[in-house]
Design a binder for this molecule. Structure first.
Ligand code: NDP
Ligand code: HSE
Length: 425
């Protein structure tokens, strides 16, 4: 059988595991694909630093490797350029592409799919969202006959690793981030993780596939975890909640709302027990009801598993002259701004403990048409702590309420503001 020739772009955390699995599982992969899968070259930035892979495969000339006689390009470099140009060149030349690059897919999937369509090549990117978890294929294929209404979950391993450690052991933020980088979970630039860019890219990809529309990372409302304080963690714990960085994609009528932000969820919620670098995603569909996907969301070997799955799919398509799924963006839905999205807030305030304070705070909520679900006051001295949880209201109204409350003379400090998810609204 004619081998399927593969060029690998990048050989870092993920790439080294792809090389290992290709070698260790060569016979099984050939049997499953219907042809041997042959690695013909590996492009890296600094070939002299890669002593664990065969020297004759290494090159610093990624463009030359893409232009060589290969059937498939597997990209695990990351970032936008030069990768975008390399992958467009590959697709235009009829070479199928497997990528783990959520940043690129969330920015340029339309352009990449168009290039793939022109030449009849495949474009697969299961590893780009939630590491090892088979998620994009079920959304794209298994649920193609259903109407998905909501996708919500933890899609960034690094931030989940940090928040879990802060919650469980009171660990220090920056030390835990260093540990996540050492373990290969974090992006080359970890601000992509902690500032929510990575999760926003993944949310854009999930929303695009789930709702058959085109959503880019710029369409996603984004807040990272760098503003989450130990006071927030303690406030959450006091109320039987924990804090997670959530990606939430919702279909609202003829529009979609896509957001990434930290949120308090009840400790009894299934997402609350997702620890370390694990990811979990809930999908709600009209006919299927609720589905949950769970597994390792980051790390070399788990991500390589998803890459290899795509590679076998591409190889099978080549062997049987088939094609993988194309872009499905026919719904062309509008993207709702965050201000119009209905959310719930938790607010923790330091206030003066005197008559009329609660009434003055409650009046601001009423003025903005924000309904209060629960209030709790602690402290009997001059200072008191006031915790308020709202019912769902437009995010813009909640934000204005917080701004006005912060300016009340009786409010000494707004200690914690956090959206609440995973409870009846
Ligand atoms: P690394 O930083 O560990 O590896 C990147 C690799 O790309 C290195 O081998 C580097 O070469 C090479 N490289 C960088 N620039 C160039 C260039 N211009 N030309 C050729 N090679 C280049 O990244 P990861 O393996 O962690 O991630 C790779 C991709 O996979 C990213 O898109 C990431 O978002 C995605 N991903 C990562 C996951 C993870 O857990 N790590 C999980 C899911 C997806 P050199 O080594 O010589 O510097
Ligand atoms: N940096 C990413 C994360 C890698 O922490 O989730 C997996 O996409």
């Amino acid at each position: 059988m004619k081998p399927i020739k593969v060029a690998l772009l990048g050989c870092g955390t993920v790439g080294t595991q792809v090389v290992r699995l290709l070698d260790e599982q060569a016979d099984d992969l050939a049997a499953r694909a219907g042809a041997p899968i042959e690695l013909t070259g590996i492009a890296v930035r600094r070939p002299d630093r890669h002593r664990d892979v065969p020297k004759d495969l290494l090159t610093a000339d990624a463009a030359g490797l893409v232009a060589s006689d290969v059937d498939v390009v597997v990209e695990v470099i990351g970032g936008i350029e030069p990768v975008r140009t390399l992958l467009l060149d590959a697709l235009r030349a009829g070479k199928s592409v497997v990528s783990a690059n959520k940043a690129l897919l969330a920015e340029s999937s339309g352009e990449l799919f168009a290039a793939a369509d022109e030449s009849g090549a495949d474009l697969y990117f299961e590893a780009a969202v939630a590491g090892a978890i088979p998620l994009l294929r079920p959304l794209r294929e298994s649920l193609a006959g259903d109407r998905i209404t909501r996708v919500m979950g933890i899609v960034n391993g690094t931030t989940n690793y940090i928040l879990s450690a802060m919650d469980e052991t009171g660990a220090n933020y920056s030390e835990t981030l260093e540990e996540a980088s050492r373990l290969g979970y974090a992006e080359a630039d970890p601000t992509a993780d902690v500032d929510g860019y990575d999760a926003a890219s993944k949310a854009a990809i999930l929303a695009s596939i789930a709702f058959h529309t085109r959503v880019t990372a710029n369409d996603v409302y984004r807040e990272g975890i760098s503003a989450v304080t130990s006071a927030d963690i303690v406030a959450a714990r006091t109320l039987g909640r924990t804090i997670k960085l959530l990606a939430i994609c919702e279909r609202v009528g003829d529009s979609v709302a896509v957001r990434v932000h930290p949120a308090m969820i009840p400790r009894s919620h299934p997402l609350a027990s997702v620890g370390g670098a694990f990811n979990a995603v809930f999908v709600e569909a009209e006919a299927a009801g609720q589905l949950m996907f769970y597994g390792q969301g980051a790390g070399g070997a788990p991500t390589a598993s998803a890459v290899l799955g795509d590679l076998v799919a591409v190889a099978r398509n080549r062997v049987h002259s088939g094609r993988g799924p194309r872009e499905s963006a026919y719904a062309a839905l509008e993207v709702r701004p965050i201000g119009q999205v209905r959310t719930r807030y938790h607010l923790s305030l330091d206030v003066a403990d005197r008559a009329g304070v609660l009434a003055s705070v409650a009046a601001v909520f009423a003025e903005h048409d924000v309904s209060i679900a629960a209030v709790r006051q602690e402290g009997r001295t001059a200072d008191a702590s006031l915790v308020i949880v709202t019912h769902a209201a437009p995010d813009a109204a909640l934000k204005s309420t917080v701004d006005k409350v912060a300016g009340l003379p009786a409010v000494r400090e707004v200690v914690s503001v956090m959206r609440v998810e995973g409870e009846e609204s």
